[in-house]
Design a protein around this ligand. Structure first.
Ligand SMILES: [Zn+2]
Length: 212
């Protein structure tokens, strides 16, 4: 058969889903296999070609019903949005730092040891990415500095920043100082200094310092 110079482009039909194919998200004219995530040429947009691919490359899936492939579409859509998220994280190094600061803050707020980041949170992130998202976790984990030393450094930086902010406010406002004393477990005495002040019309109380 002579080739038509103005070859007709084949269109995707929803009927092709039963072969495990959708139209490629980046080019609707190209078939995309949901099982191996391969994109084929427009020539492959033929029921016989798609059926052939399914039976040859994915013989264990050839008897799956439409529902199975509909679930695959949903999983693919979720994965695509997660992929986008992961790409953003890995390409923007700054985001890794923002995430790590936010995680340090969570660790500090919960009063957990600074080793929690390296011991628990990083392995948990790695587990979610590899098991739930079926992605390679290493690039994401690498972009989030959460080693013990980093956490310690960040917590110190956050503490210094909080102290500086408080001192800045106290320099320009009237305050009430309250001193209190407590005893630690090994009979050491603790002197605690609290300040009360009004900031932006709101009454605030903060711990200023403690001395053992
Ligand atoms: Zn395939």
């Amino acid at each position: 058969m002579a080739e038509n110079p103005k070859k007709k482009s084949r269109q995707y039909s929803i009927n092709y889903l039963k072969f495990g194919f959708i139209a490629s998200p980046t080019n609707q004219r190209l078939p995309f296999c949901l099982l191996c995530n391969q994109v084929f040429s427009n020539e492959g947009m033929k029921p016989s070609r798609m059926c052939g691919h399914l039976t040859k490359k994915h013989p264990d899936k050839k008897d799956k019903d439409l529902k199975y492939f509909q679930t695959l579409i949903k999983q693919f859509a979720n994965r695509s949005s997660i992929d986008g998220m992961i790409n953003k994280i890995t390409t923007k190094n700054d985001d890794g730092f923002v995430v790590s600061y936010n995680i340090f803050l969570l660790i500090a707020k919960c009063g957990k040891p600074h080793t929690t980041g390296e011991k628990l949170i990083l392995p948990a992130i790695r587990e979610v990415i590899s098991t739930v998202m079926h992605q390679d976790a290493s690039s994401v984990v690498r972009s989030i500095p959460l080693s013990n030393n980093s956490v310690l450094r960040r917590i110190e930086e956050l503490a210094i920043d909080v102290e500086q902010q408080l001192c800045k406010v106290l320099q320009t406002t009237e305050l009430a100082l309250q001193l209190d004393e407590s005893t630690l477990r090994d009979n050491e005495t603790l002197l605690m200094a609290y300040v009360r002040y009004i900031h932006n019309g709101v009454s605030k109380e903060e711990m200023l310092f403690t001395v053992v």
